[in-house]
Design a protein around this ligand. Structure first.
Ligand code: SAH
Length: 206
């Protein structure tokens, strides 16, 4: 019989969310059950978000698949993530890029993400507690930026810290509904694509 992870991957392929062989391989290598709280483990491979404490959620598998595919990950990429949460999105990216820096506002979730990543044996993700709206100047510029919490407008600092020809994806909109937007930073300005509706927990500050 298939493992839960294989069942989930088959579903994501059948629905057209997962397409690229290397992205499928990255999903295989980081079982989602390692990134959900103990009590949610039996639902780890169902395609919806799950609570991870403090009103926050681990994203639904199809959303992680779509965002990972859209980011066009390359082995040489240095990626900035805003909203580490469980660490699963960062873990999937880790198999596809050189380095992921992931900022998390809540200290207890930063700790949760770190211990999940360690259990999964992932070494090229650095989780940093803090406010992601400021980005992370210390390691800028980034090849790719992924925002996994909803914002009314993408913080300017994130565009400033993105390389020219870099890609930034973010759910942009109100607290209950957003559009998944992809931005390509060009020398002449930013080109924007819309990738449909989505629902993320909001980007907050303390
Ligand atoms: N990528 C995560 C899902 C994150 S849910 C995963 O794979 O599980 C969104 C996360 O963004 C929450 O953990 C929330 O605490 C965090 N967050 C909200 N506002 C933030 C901010 N200003 N800076 C950094 N993280 C933030």
């Amino acid at each position: 019989m298939d493992s839960g992870n294989e069942r989930m991957i088959r579903h994501l392929r059948n629905e057209g969310y997962l397409n690229t062989p290397k992205v499928i391989e990255a999903f295989r290598s980081v079982p989602r059950e390692l990134f959900v709280p103990e009590e949610a483990r039996r639902n780890a491979y169902d395609d919806y978000p799950l609570p991870i404490g403090g009103g926050q959620t681990i994203s639904a598998p199809h959303m992680v698949a779509v965002m990972t595919e859209l980011l066009e990950p390359k082995k040489t990429d240095v990626v900035l993530e805003i909203g580490a949460g469980s660490g699963w999105q960062a873990a999937v990216l880790a198999g596809l890029v050189r380095k992921v820096y992931s900022i998390e506002l809540e200290q207890h979730l930063a700790d949760f993400a770190k211990s999940n990543l360690m259990r999964a044996g992932i070494r090229n993700v650095e989780v940093l507690p803090g406010d992601g709206a400021r980005g992370l100047p210390a390691h800028a510029p980034y090849d790719k930026t992924i925002v996994t919490c909803a914002c009314g407008k993408v913080p300017d600092a994130l565009f400033r810290q993105l390389k020219v020809r870099g890609i930034l994806i973010a759910p942009v909109g109100g607290p209950w509904f957003q559009e998944l937007k992809l931005f390509r930073k060009m020398r002449t300005g930013v080109v924007e694509e819309n990738h449909g509706g989505c629902i993320f927990v909001p980007l907050r500050n303390k």
